[in-house]
Structure formats: C-alpha cells, structure tokens
Unconditional design. Structure first.
Length: 243
C-alpha cells in the first residue's frame, strides 16, 4: 500500500498540514511513524478525511465524529447506521427549530418595514406618537415567549472560513489548551501577542459571539476564548480541544 508524508496528504485532500496535526491531537486521524519520526499515512487516510469533512458539513462536533469513527472501525455498516441516525435526526430537529425562529423573525421585520412604508412623512422630532415600529411595543414577557433569531451566526463564506481556520491552526500550533467555563484557555509564547490580538479582532468582525481575553505574563500569553453553547463546534474547529 502506498504511503504519504503529512505534506503529501495535505496536498492530496486540500487541507492544511496544521489541520491534519490538529485532527491527530483530537483523535480523528492516526499516523505511522518512520524511524526518523516522520508521519506516514496510507490511502485509508484520504477516505477517512472525506468522511470527517462530510460529518462536519452536517454539523457533527468533533467529539461525536471521533465516536462515529470508532464505531465505523470496530463495527459493520449496520452499526454505523444505527449510531449516525439519531445524531443526524437531532441535527435535523435543531435546524427545523432554527428555521421556525428565523421565519418568525423575518415576518416581524417585514411587518416593521410595511409599517414604516405606510407612515406619513412629517417634520419635527420623533415622539411616542410616531410609533415607528408599530402600534404595540412588545413587553419583556412577550419577548421571552417570542421565537428569537439564532444567536450564533458567522458572516464568512465557506472559503473564507477555511482560510481563517488555517490561520488560527498555524498560530496556535503547539499551544497548551485547558478547558474553562464556556471556552478554552490557550497558553502561547508572548512573542505572538500582536498576531493573536490582530486575528482575534478580525474574528470578532465576522463572529461577534466570540469573547476574547488576552493576558500577557512574559514569557507566556494567556488567551481565553469563550462562546455560546451553539458555537461549540466552531470553537473546537478553530481553537482545538484540550489534549
């Protein structure tokens, strides 16, 4: 069976080397080692990475993909089907719930827009009589009951997200990761402080739900990254998981 080094596999599947190293750390990918310490992969790694990509596309978090891969390697096709079916159905229910929320939110916006179109133009400052957003303003109670739009949304395209992921993986290669409430603590060399701060600022432009906190205690930079539970998969994809 032909073998490939990590750079050859990365080129073959179109995934950065840093991502492959990250997958190995997360338990998604394994490699043989040459006497000189080089990682070597067989053709099965190509098919495995294709499966990982398909699972991520369907919204499965990395921890669940590890579990599915374990079943896939130790069981037969029926076992994989039985393991995957409830996971996919759970994602489907979540997607349908979010679709319903977005439909309700979209209709609220349309009503507000129609109301604004119907309002007469008049001079003078706006006052309570304007009722610019409709005749009845929602109470705090009704806001809690009304379906809300998803709190997690990233404005990057898939290509841009892939590039952003690659940049984070390269910058965080070798970082020590520790779980903290709702996120991760990453310990990095202090010399990376400028690059980390710039990339974190860029990240918040497209994904404002991320909460970044940087503390510099030479020679170490402590980076805390937190996110809502809905963004756990993206958090793990970008910043990794504790070893």
């Amino acid at each position: 069976m032909s073998t490939m080094r990590i750079s050859q596999l990365a080129e073959r599947v179109g995934v950065p080397v840093t991502t492959l190293r990250f997958y190995e750390t997360a338990g998604l990918l394994s490699a043989e080692r040459t006497p000189a310490g080089y990682r070597m992969y067989g053709e099965d790694a190509v098919e495995r990475l294709a499966f990982i990509a398909a699972a991520k596309h369907l919204g499965l978090p990395l921890e669940e993909i590890v579990e599915v891969l374990s079943v896939r390697e130790s069981g037969d096709c029926a076992d994989v089907k039985a393991d995957l079916q409830p996971r996919i159905e759970a994602r489907l229910r979540e997607a349908q719930r979010r679709i319903g929320q977005l439909h309700a939110f979209t209709e609220s916006l349309r009503q507000a827009s129609r109301h604004l179109d119907a309002m007469p133009d008049r001079s003078g400052p706006c006052d309570p009589q304007c009722q610019a957003l409709g005749k009845q303003h929602p109470t705090h109670e009704s806001l809690q009951q009304r379906p809300q739009p998803a709190s997690v949304a990233c404005s990057l395209s898939s290509d841009s997200l892939g590039e952003r992921t690659r940049r984070w993986h390269e910058l965080l290669d070798g970082a020590r990761r520790t779980t903290i409430p709702n996120g991760l603590l990453l310990d990095l060399p202090a010399t990376l402080a400028g690059e980390v701060a710039a990339l974190a600022a860029a990240e918040q432009q497209c994904c404002p739900f991320f909460d970044f906190r940087l503390r510099l205690r030479a020679p170490t930079l402590h980076l805390e990254v937190r996110a809502p539970s809905d963004a756990a998969t993206l958090l793990n994809d970008l910043f990794g998981t504790p070893a």
